[in-house]
Write a protein that binds this ligand. Sequence first.
Ligand code: BTN
Length: 332
Amino acid sequence: MKMKSEILKLLRETDGYVSGQQISGQFGVSRTAVWKVIRQLQEEGYQVEAVRNKGYHIVDSPDVMTKEELSSLINTRWAGRNILYYDVTDSTNLRIKQAGDEGAPHGTLAVADRQTAGRGRRGRTWESPAGSSIYMSILLRPKIAPNKASMLTLVMALSVAEGIRQCISQPGCPELQIKWPNDVIINGKKVVGILTEMSSQIDYINHVTVGVGINVNMIDFPEEIAQTATSLRIECGHTVKRAPLIAAVMERLEKNYETFLETEDLSGLLDRYSALLVNRDRDVQIIGAKETYRAHAIGINNTGELIVRRENGDIEKINAGEVSVRGVYGYV
Ligand code: BTN
């Protein structure tokens, strides 16, 4: 298992050919054993060229998110180093909560190709068909006060937006934006949803699960969400491979999380987050438990609250957990 992902990594990181002898020397196995691993990779859809007297060269990879594929791509210290992969599971958030209760390390990542009970915010479900999207959840064990944990959702939103940007940098791919607090949108439609859940005591966080759903290559959406949801494929006009995208998000998250921990607030990330914030300087509807009102969104502060001006001129700070924000004429 480990050797397969290490060989994949070596093939990826080498421009030309890697000789069978080099691989067998490096891993202390026979050249026949190396050949067997290469055959397995080819059967899984990797295009690996084998040329006599030269060795092996990887030409293309399938769009899979297996443990080997992910660990050969993820270059981080902790984010996504320990991977749980499922062809099918109920919900990656549930898998990570369980792993967290059982003592799994900080940064453990669960990824599924399909979810049978994908969960969204406010008790909604999250459409999770096979083969076309990313469903992943990461386990965090921050040593911060529980009331600061909601900021992690914004840290993730920024990391996902930046990770996607890195993977779809071709000209013609439209701008990514963040709809406060944590939906990533393109052309006013949602491509990413984030669900953060915490297991804590009054003054102590046991662990936090940050779940991310990214609509990558989906082209059909159920009628209820067809007006507000989109995918990278629809907006960019080409398919996007999922594993490199997960790797890019993990790299961004590791950096952004560490910046967050330095001050335990968003001050080190605020400029980048605000630059992507779609609500800034827009009229919004604030939908709370007690009242719904119209206001003008000014921006966010260091703790991730949305600052709005009510129609009577009062300035208010809106906390992400308590309300939902819509555009005056629709979703954004
Ligand atoms: C939202 O309602 O916007 C949040 C959606 C979060 C969906 C993701 S998919 C991976 C993880 N597992 C879940 O069951 N939900 C999150």
